[in-house]
Design a protein around this ligand. Structure first.
Ligand SMILES: *[C@@H]1O[C@H](CO)[C@@H](O)[C@H](O)[C@H]1NC(C)=O
Ligand SMILES: *[C@@H]1O[C@H](CO)[C@@H](O)[C@H](O)[C@H]1NC(C)=O
Ligand SMILES: CC(=O)N[C@H]1CO[C@H](CO)[C@@H](O)[C@@H]1O
Length: 396
């Protein structure tokens, strides 16, 4: 008798410390590409999440799964957790009417999450045709493919996001995470399909991403801190963008952004910092772009303190966002616009801007660089020469 109890106890202990692996097939997922497998995926998540202190995992075997929104991966979980989705394609329904929230897959309040592989297909074609969600829209109910909020110490590797209805990925309120070998694919005429948008997050490595999309490859909203982007290939798309900043009250600084060893091809912009005229006060500082190849890029290097899409701003009023400690180094290749570098600051707001070893040629003649209200520190040899022209279209 005591022996039986001992055995049962031992078994219970083993079960508690044994890694839980939950295959979504065991929860009824069909993987026929039509049946809504969302509930099976969520059930598997829930079981793995409460599994115990040992690392648990959700297994999504190779196949094609339809998953209606919202798919919620919510913590806190009992221990580290992994979603293994290598070879699996998960599809969102194309119809926007099925979405009641602004995310298709919402990942939140998790510590030590790993996601390995998986293709997340937003099927956004119809949405891009019928809906627009401009910067002028106050709220936008079009769902992002993957929204990570309050996720920390986590790793997403080898995941693919395609044809999102809106932004592909948003990281908000996150801390100490890595995205490795993330691929993002949408046509260049898709609408508002930013690749990765970061906001209010600290400590993020984005390594080896490949992004082809219709909007910014990577964009940084206020409160982005300590972000390293390495070996990005970007294009088509709108390049890498800090901002726009200064649109809302109480924006947090953008501080500590390193963009290194990237290749940008055929995009509307290369690397830029954009702030609104007549804006609320703000700060963008310690931002470094280095070792970047530009292939036929419009506006390869741009600081724009008069950012005003759709004419929705107080034109002719200075921006209020300070830009300091910014460097552009070793940026080479071809510019699609004659102006290869433009640093257009509001008076007294740009401080310690550094430019060195720029080599950007223009195929219709010599490239030029335009500056306003800025005296950059210049190093190395630069084509075009730094600030060869001054730009004062609007006196601000
Ligand atoms: C950041 O996350 C990694 C991976 O989970 C972990 O090894 C590391 O200890 C974390 N760093 C901090 C400062 O928490
Ligand atoms: C810019 O860099 C200088 C010198 O490293 C430093 O003293 C200053 O605090 C930095 N400015 C901001 C706003 O971080
Ligand atoms: C664009 C760029 O600088 N690419 C380089 C990134 O780093 C690898 C390896 O270190 C080089 O081979 C690339 O040329």
């Amino acid at each position: 008798m005591s022996r039986t109890i001992c055995c049962l106890l031992l078994m219970a202990l083993i079960a508690r410390n044994h890694a839980v692996v939950v295959n979504i097939g065991s929860k009824g997922a069909k993987g026929d590409g039509k049946t809504n497998d969302g509930p099976a995926i969520e059930q598997a998540w829930h079981e793995a999440c409460v599994g115990g202190p040992s690392p648990s995992s959700v297994l999504i075997p190779p196949g094609t799964y339809m998953a209606y929104p919202p798919i919620l991966f919510s913590g806190p979980c009992k221990g580290p957790i992994e979603i293994k989705a290598t070879g699996a394609t998960i599809k969102a329904p194309p119809e926007l009417e099925r979405f009641k929230s602004d995310a298709w897959i919402a990942i939140q309040y998790i510590d030590r999450l790993t996601i390995t592989g998986g293709t997340f297909d937003g099927q956004g074609h119809e949405t891009w045709k019928n809906h627009k969600c401009h910067d002028t829209a106050l709220t936008c109910q079009i769902p992002v493919n993957l929204r990570l909020t309050f996720v920390k110490n986590s790793l997403l590797k080898g995941i693919t996001s395609i044809d999102s209805k809106y932004f592909h990925m948003i990281m908000f309120g996150c801390d100490n995470n890595t995205l490795d070998h993330v691929s993002i694919v949408a046509p260049d005429n898709s609408v508002n399909t930013d690749g990765i948008h970061v906001g209010h997050s600290n400590g993020l490595n984005i390594l080896n991403p490949k992004i082809k999309t219709g909007d910014d490859c990577i964009s940084f909203g206020d409160g982005s801190k300590n972000v390293y982007v390495e070996k990005l290939t970007c294009g088509p798309g709108h390049g890498i963008s800090i901002g726009s900043l200064g649109k809302y009250q109480n924006e947090q600084p953008v501080q500590g952004i390193w963009i290194k060893n990237c290749t940008i091809t055929g995009t509307d912009n290369g690397v830029r910092i954009k702030t609104w005229p007549g804006s609320t006060p703000g700060l963008a500082t310690d931002i470094h772009f280095e070792d970047i190849i530009m292939n036929n890029v419009e506006n390869p290097i741009l600081i724009d303190q008069k950012y005003c899409p759709h004419n929705n701003c107080k034109k002719g009023v200075p921006s209020n966002v300070k830009i300091s400690n910014v460097s552009f180094k070793k940026i080479r290749g071809t510019s699609k616009t004659k102006v290869a570098m433009k640093i257009d600051c509001s008076e007294g707001l740009c401080d310690n801007i550094e430019v060195s070893d720029i080599h950007l040629t223009y195929n219709g003649g010599a490239s030029i660089s335009e500056c306003s209200h800025v005296k950059p520190k210049v190093g190395g040899h630069n084509i075009p020469p730094a600030c060869s022209h001054s730009s004062h279209h609007i006196a601000v």
